[in-house]
Design a protein around this ligand. Structure first.
Ligand code: IPD
Ligand code: CA
Ligand code: CA
Length: 254
């Protein structure tokens, strides 16, 4: 099944890639506001994935960002973000990904994150390690925050909600080598899994942003916490890294 999910993510990524850096002609719509957008590429990628599931895994359920409801059986569930990083996609910046996680009876079993513009295929199967383009990946061994590159992101309601991650940024920034805001949660987590960055945290995410990359990160030896579990209605809050960096970040953020 892993091979099929990889094939599906690659096909969806290539579908979206046809629209990349054709800003003048791609359709874009606002969802919540000017910071929350969807393009024709998100929809085309999602349509590709749904068609693939209908052809090869007819009985499987789907939770996908651009479809309002979860459909199909809950035996196997595909958790899909057809384009994670739409702001980057629309701007012409290569950090955006197709993210597909497969759950069996609610347990994550497969994670595939494909970054089409860079042709980076991250994948993992429970118990079998994590890979980037066929090579095993591991989280960084760095233990010092001062030598760590840490990624984060900001929620789309940052204009109206004071809970917009600025206090956390102020707490973490002075302690680290530098901060990155790549603009794709799935890519952020895979770059931590591969040891390119040492840690990542973000507030108010959705299951489709993090499902696939969670398994990849864990199979790469990383530690991840969903903090603020009491605040589930407002979204998923995640911190990850190797155990040492994860613990240090978790002690700084709220
Ligand atoms: C977004 C990206 C971004 C994160 C946002 C997400 P989208 O996903 O992952 O990095 O900061 O919270 O919503 O909307 O481009 O699929
Ligand atoms: Ca997303
Ligand atoms: Ca998306």
């Amino acid at each position: 099944m892993l091979d099929s999910v990889i094939e599906c993510a690659r096909g969806a990524g290539q579908t979206a890639l046809q629209y990349f850096r054709h800003k003048g002609v791609i359709e874009v719509e606002n969802k919540l506001n000017d910071s929350d957008i969807v393009t024709i590429a998100d929809k085309a990628s999602e349509a590709y994935i749904k068609k693939y599931i209908a052809q090869h895994f007819l009985t499987h359920g789907i939770l996908s960002e651009e479809s309002t409801e979860s459909i199909g059986s809950e035996d196997y569930r595909w958790v899909v973000d057809p384009v994670d990083g739409t702001t980057n996609f629309f701007a012409g910046i290569p950090f955006w990904a197709v993210s597909i996680g497969i759950e069996h009876h609610g347990k994550r079993e497969i994670g595939v994150v494909y970054v089409p513009a860079l042709d980076e295929m991250f994948y993992a199967q429970r118990g079998h390690g994590a890979y980037l383009n066929g090579r095993r990946i591991h989280v960084s061994e760095e233990r010092q925050l001062s030598r760590s590159v840490i990624a984060t992101g900001f929620p789309v309601d940052k204009d109206v909600s004071p809970d917009n991650n600025m206090e956390n940024l102020a707490a973490v920034l002075p302690k680290v080598r530098d901060i990155r805001r790549l603009g794709s949660a799935a890519t952020d987590m895979c770059y931590v899994a591969a040891g390119f960055m040492q840690g990542y945290w973000e507030l108010k995410l959705h299951e489709w942003d993090v499902n696939a990359a969670t398994l990849i990160l864990e199979e790469a030896g990383g530690t991840l916490t969903r903090f603020r579990e009491w605040n589930g209605v407002e979204g998923i809050c995640i911190v990850c890294g190797n155990k040492s960096i994860h613990d240090k970040l978790l002690s700084l953020i709220r």
